[in-house]
Design a protein around this ligand. Structure first.
Ligand SMILES: Nc1ncnc2c1ncn2[C@@H]1O[C@H](COP(=O)(O)OP(=O)(O)OP(=O)(O)O)[C@@H](O)[C@H]1O
Ligand SMILES: NC(=O)c1ccc[n+]([C@@H]2O[C@H](COP(=O)(O)O)[C@@H](O)[C@H]2O)c1
Length: 298
């Protein structure tokens, strides 16, 4: 009798313990939500820090035990963005391609850079979401997971974090904290675009010195509402590399080696990029979003 009780108690204990292990251990790789990271920006030029952002974001997401990052996309902005010192998209795209030629998972997409007009970031994400949803069928054959097809893109559903969570492949915007903080600049971003980016898709944000991303999310009612869709990744090895610094150094004839991938350094030298004249490009022109939204507000 005693033995029977003892044995069944042991069996219960072992069942409970294996249940607990199942509940607390990271999901098996195949069961995790697959994530594609999309970084939009000038990449004028692409720097080592732009590439680090992807590695940091992937480590962070995979460390949660819930995600598997399957792809990274770099989307350089088009010439119509009109940022001061922005050189031609063909050069920025080429440098990004050279920078990623040894990466097994990050690639460059030139769709945005080829558009005649500046494209809002929410539209760029929608474009890639549509592309992924049609490509995912072939991915599914490999991974045997389901992904809601075009319906998601065509429906104009209320944004909600639950909606995003129900997918088994998600597209998330990857950016630095300065871009997150730029959400509060008047007439730079549409409120509905921010809601769509954080509510429908999700954001992975890398900290940057001088920015307080956590506080920024806390202080914004909209960002706070979607905080579960915003992953803030702390970069402990703070890195001040900025494209502005690189352009200034090149223009002054200083070395930029080890700030950029070597093939990018060579490309800049061969093509004589970032001269004093190129720094003056768009100097008197208003940034495209400010032009567009100021006009709309008039
Ligand atoms: N050192 C950095 N730390 C964190 N994020 C960064 C860093 N440098 C760039 N980023 C992020 O990379 C993305 C693309 O940035 P962008 O091309 O504007 O680079 P940038 O170095 O900030 O450029 P610029 O100096 O010309 O304004 C943005 O989301 C930006 O926040
Ligand atoms: N309203 C918007 O969608 C909006 C506004 C400002 C910048 N952006 C994007 O953010 C990125 C910022 O890049 P920079 O930091 O180089 O200016 C660019 O890709 C730009 O297109 C989008």
């Amino acid at each position: 009798m005693m033995d029977y009780h003892h044995n069944s108690l042991c069996a219960d204990r072992s069942r409970i313990s294996s249940m607990l292990t199942f509940m607390t251990s990271p999901m098996a790789l195949q069961e995790r939500i697959r994530v594609v990271l999309l970084a939009c920006g000038s990449f004028n030029p692409i720097t080592n820090m732009h590439l680090r952002m992807f590695e940091l974001a992937r480590d962070h997401l995979e460390d949660t035990g819930r995600y598997r990052v399957v792809k990274g996309i770099i989307s350089p902005v088009g010439d119509a963005y009109k940022k001061k010192g922005l050189i031609e998209a063909c050069h920025r795209v080429e440098m990004a391609k050279l920078a990623t030629e040894n990466s097994s998972w990050i690639s460059v997409d030139d769709w945005e850079s080829q558009q005649a007009e500046w494209v809002e970031t929410a539209k760029v994400i929608r474009h890639h979401h549509a592309e992924l949803s049609s490509a995912v069928e072939s991915l599914d054959e490999v991974d045997t997971v389901k992904f809601p097809k075009k319906r998601r893109v065509e429906e104009n559903e209320e944004s909600s974090s639950d909606h995003n969570r129900s997918e088994t492949l998600q597209l998330k915007l990857l950016c630095g904290a300065d871009v997150l903080e730029s959400f509060s600049i008047p007439n730079l971003w549409k409120k509905e675009d921010i809601a769509e980016i954080v509510g429908r898709f999700g954001l992975v944000c890398i900290t940057r010195s001088g920015c307080d991303a956590e506080r920024f999310v806390y202080q914004s009612d909209m960002l706070h509402k979607y905080r579960k869709n915003i992953h803030i990744v702390r970069e402990w090895v703070t890195n001040e590399i900025s494209a502005t610094h690189v352009r200034r150094a090149v223009c002054r004839g200083q070395s930029v080696r080890y700030l950029l991938p070597e093939p990018v350094v060579r490309y800049i030298q061969d093509q004589h990029l970032y001269s004093a004249e190129s720094e003056q490009k768009n100097a008197d022109v208003v940034l495209a979003p400010l032009q567009r939204y100021n006009r709309a507000a008039e």
